[in-house]
Design a protein around this ligand. Structure first.
Ligand code: GLU
Length: 347
């Protein structure tokens, strides 16, 4: 089997199962749409056999905005980005997450360390004990609570001290399973040293909510997802998700990953709901057509030589990941400088 190739079924057919996984924390901005378009193209370019699921990632309830799930579905329909089957809501999957956590709690690392352990550290404790991070906001947990004796743990639990649950990774960087390797369709061969670059991540937060890392891993497995398309800021998360996945379902079929270059706004900051990046609410109000929005995203994906109106179907023609792989630098987008019309520039 070639690198990045999916397992074929008995009839020799490979059915790609992708997913759209928006968080309903606001209206989608251009960076979100660019990622949804890429996931849609990745599946629909496979012909009628591909399946694209929609999962509303509303697990982080304090950040969920009422009705944002409906805005997202309305915007996807307006863009012509369709999905298959029932919509999955993470908020309705608590039983599946509890079951997965139990399965992980029954396991140990090679040296006998429990795979899941309670962590009593506050954010400030972790920041104070951590080496500076690499700039993506990911702090490698320094392992403070990993070696706590069972007596200390029971005493703190008995006092009702707030705690999260973490999943342990091998603690020696040279252990055979310390390195997580995977191929990315855009960024090529990846290798992460779990103890050095990832660390023991939270699987259940101290407020009792399941973490993003556990929820997406459980869901991707349950939904049979075998193609994951998302921003390159999640490359490191992929390494921990593979680690969790291997403990939940070691024989699960492999997954194709396509991590996308990030899109910065005119101010050089990453597109984000928090910084008020242009979203579909403002674009639609300003008279943008769906073909103009998709044309900008298609151009960002390297599928058009300039931003010009295009439908999702038109972008399917000749779709390939290779253009992105050939230039995977982050993009900068200044909408005020764009002329998204059918006319050739200069005419
Ligand atoms: N829900 C995440 C987002 O909207 C995507 C997470 C993922 O693709 O794993 O950015």
């Amino acid at each position: 089997m070639h690198k990045g190739e999916l397992r074929a079924d008995q009839a020799g057919q490979v059915k790609v199962v992708g997913r759209l996984a928006p968080s309903p924390t606001g209206r989608m901005h251009l960076g979100n749409i660019y990622a949804c378009l890429a996931a849609w193209l990745g599946v629909r370019s496979q012909g009628p056999g591909g399946v694209l699921r929609l999962r509303i990632e509303d697990i982080d309830t304090p950040r969920v905005v009422k009705d944002a799930d409906h805005w997202i579905m309305d915007d996807l329909a307006w863009l012509g980005l369709d999905w298959d089957g029932e919509v999955v809501y993470q908020s309705q999957r608590a039983d599946a997450y509890t079951h997965a956590l139990k399965l992980l709690e029954s396991q140990q690392l090679v040296g006998g360390q429990p795979l899941i352990y309670p962590c009593f550290c506050s954010r400030a404790d972790i920041r104070a004990a951590s080496a500076p991070n690499e700039g993506d906001g990911f702090i490698v947990y320094p392992g403070t609570c990993r070696g706590l004796s069972p007596e200390v743990v029971s005493e703190r639990m008995a006092r009702g001290q707030r705690h999260s649950l973490r999943i342990a990774v091998p603690d020696q960087p040279d252990e055979s399973d310390a390195i997580c390797r995977f191929d990315d369709l855009i960024f090529g061969a990846q290798s992460f040293n779990l103890p050095r670059q990832v660390g023991d991540v939270v699987v259940r937060r101290s407020d009792g909510l399941v973490s993003y890392q556990l929820a997406v891993t459980v869901d991707d497995l349950a939904m049979g997802v075998n193609q994951i398309v998302r921003g390159r800021d999640l490359l490191r998360s992929t390494a921990i998700q593979i680690w969790i996945r291997n403990h939940l379902q070691p024989q699960a079929p492999r997954v194709q990953y396509a991590h996308l270059p990030l899109i910065d706004g005119a101010d050089g900051r990453r597109m984000s709901k928090r910084f008020g990046s242009p979203d579909l609410g403002s674009l639609r109000r300003d008279g943008w057509s769906s073909r103009q929005v998709l044309g900008v995203c298609g151009w960002l994906l390297g599928l058009l030589d300039r931003p010009r109106p295009a439908s999702a179907q038109e972008l399917l023609d000749g779709f390939t990941w290779n253009t992105l792989a050939a230039d995977c630098r982050d993009r900068q987008l200044d909408l005020s400088e764009l002329n998204v019309s059918d006319a050739k520039p200069g005419l």
